[in-house]
Design a protein around this ligand. Structure first.
Ligand SMILES: NC(=O)c1ccc[n+]([C@@H]2O[C@H](COP(=O)([O-])OP(=O)(O)OC[C@H]3O[C@@H](n4cnc5c(N)ncnc54)[C@H](O)[C@@H]3O)[C@@H](O)[C@H]2O)c1
Length: 422
């Protein structure tokens, strides 16, 4: 099949390259020529384990262009995978999705063959049917379901293991209101061999938001209990290991610490809360999930102040800037508020991250970035913000360590050790 993917970021690039690996001809489209140049040269435009190898392996089947119109004309199916950031009030910003749909629609106007448009970006339930589809119909002068196909195919990959998640997902959700679109997507995904759920379009969108809401809620619940555990001298890890053994509860994602970040959980939970409010529903639990998450990084600073009350002029080392290990993504990383608070308190920040320093430097040029984690250990105190595996191998003896991610070696060795929830 000839596939185009609009938006060549963490989702679009991985999805497109994985489709190429399944044998399809893929055209990747982005407005950022640097990303496209990287792909054309056989390099990955993002830090994602295994992606560059897959780009090189499938080079003959992948092309990269800024010409969206040519990409639509030369392919049969288009996945829209552009960003859906938050607006000021937390509601979803649809300008990239609807902008792409407008342009796709203009091309479909003159296209004779049946084309299928799939919204892969995470969007509020109802967006594909009530917003994207009317934009496509108006721009093309055609009717969805009859003249072109439209559907939803939310993405569940995790940065850091995106290639594996994409090629062997837990499940594939296809949202389609017409049988032709459902059939095209089902055939496309059949070789993946995972469970495929075909649902109405709006249900598929709701499944994605609900998945992220459940995972975020699990983390904030774990953090609330973890905060209490710390006060009571109870080890929260022991608690959650035992709780997770209950057949009705999975042990996954009971992660205590400084909370969740990244490009999905915070923005998607905010969008769900804001969208629900607009429909007259107040999602109280999810509001609390966000509130707990905002408070967790502040706990790290108050633990640090127990040992160094005045941070003015002190050198504070930071291990980890990415929102999670194995990515260079710093969107909504918990390191952002922590470093901002340290700088506001007059501390000198020295930081190391194996992949995310370049991205972090654009936001915080005043931080001292060092070339190895050992250089961070010489600071007056060390904060652990991301659980990169290489931090497990460091020598923490004689150090003051405030840990937001529970590194067992630091816990065992540090002269003074404080964990956020344990
Ligand atoms: N990052 C994840 O782990 C993840 C996981 C699941 C779902 N999602 C969702 O997938 C969507 C994309 O997320 P992402 O992390 O890949 O975003 P991203 O910011 O990494 O990538 C989006 C890309 O779209 C490009 N773009 C914007 N407008 C365009 C246009 N008109 N034409 C062509 N390209 C355009 C941008 O230049 C950028 O490269 C979002 O809705 C997100 O919520 C993300």
């Amino acid at each position: 099949m000839k596939i185009s993917v609009i938006g060549c970021g963490y989702v679009g690039c991985v999805t497109g390259v994985c489709f190429a690996d399944l044998g399809h001809e893929v055209t990747l489209v982005d407005v950022d020529p640097a990303k496209l140049r990287a792909i054309s040269a056989g390099r990955s435009p993002i830090y994602e384990p295994g992606l560059e190898d897959l780009i090189r392996k499938n080079r003959d089947r992948i092309s990269a262009t800024t010409d969206l119109r040519a990409a639509i004309r030369s392919t049969d199916i288009t996945f829209v995978a552009v960003g859906t950031p938050s607006q000021e009030d937390g509601a979803i910003d649809l300008r990239y999705v609807l902008g792409a749909c407008e342009e796709i629609g203009q091309v479909l106007k003159d296209k004779d063959t049946f084309h299928t448009v799939i919204i892969k970006s995470t969007v509020f339930p109802g967006t594909t049917k009530e917003m994207a589809c009317p934009v496509l119909e108006k721009a093309s002068g055609k009717t969805a379901g009859r003249d072109f196909g439209i559907g939803s195919n939310p993405e569940f990959l995790r940065e850091g293991s995106a290639v594996r998640d994409c090629l062997s997902p837990d499940r594939i959700v296809i949202g389609a209101d017409d049988p032709r679109t459902a059939g095209i997507l089902s055939d496309l995904y059949a070789p993946v061999g995972s469970v495929v759920l075909v649902t109405p379009v709006t249900t598929a969108e709701m499944i994605k938001y609900t998945s992220n809401a459940v995972l975020a809620a699990k983390i904030s619940l774990a953090n609330e209990i973890g905060n209490l555990c710390k006060r009571l001298g109870v080890d929260s890890r022991e608690v959650f290991t035992a709780v997770g053994m209950d057949g009705r509860v999975s042990p996954a994602f009971f992660r205590t610490g400084i909370g969740f970040g990244g490009s999905c959980f915070p923005k998607d939970v905010r969008a769900l809360v804001a969208g629900a409010r607009a429909c007259g529903e107040d999602l109280k639990i999810l509001r609390a999930v966000l509130e707990v998450n905002e408070e967790q990084p502040k706990k790290l600073l108050s633990l640090l102040r127990r040992h160094i009350p005045d941070l003015q002029g002190k050198i504070i080392g930071v291990l980890g800037l990415a929102f999670k290990p194995d990515t260079d993504d710093i969107r909504e990383s918990r390191a952002v508020p922590v470093v901002a608070d340290l700088l506001a308190a007059g501390a000198q920040v020295v930081a190391y991250d194996p992949a995310a320093m370049e991205n972090f430097r654009r936001v915080f040029p005043q931080v001292g970035y060092v070339s190895g984690p050992d250089e961070v250990l010489g600071a007056d105190a060390v904060l652990i913000l991301t659980e990169w595996r290489e931090f497990e191998g460091l020598d923490y003896r004689g150090r003051i360590v405030i840990d937001g991610r529970r590194l067992e070696k630091a816990r065992a060795e540090a002269m003074i050790y404080e964990g956020v929830c344990w």
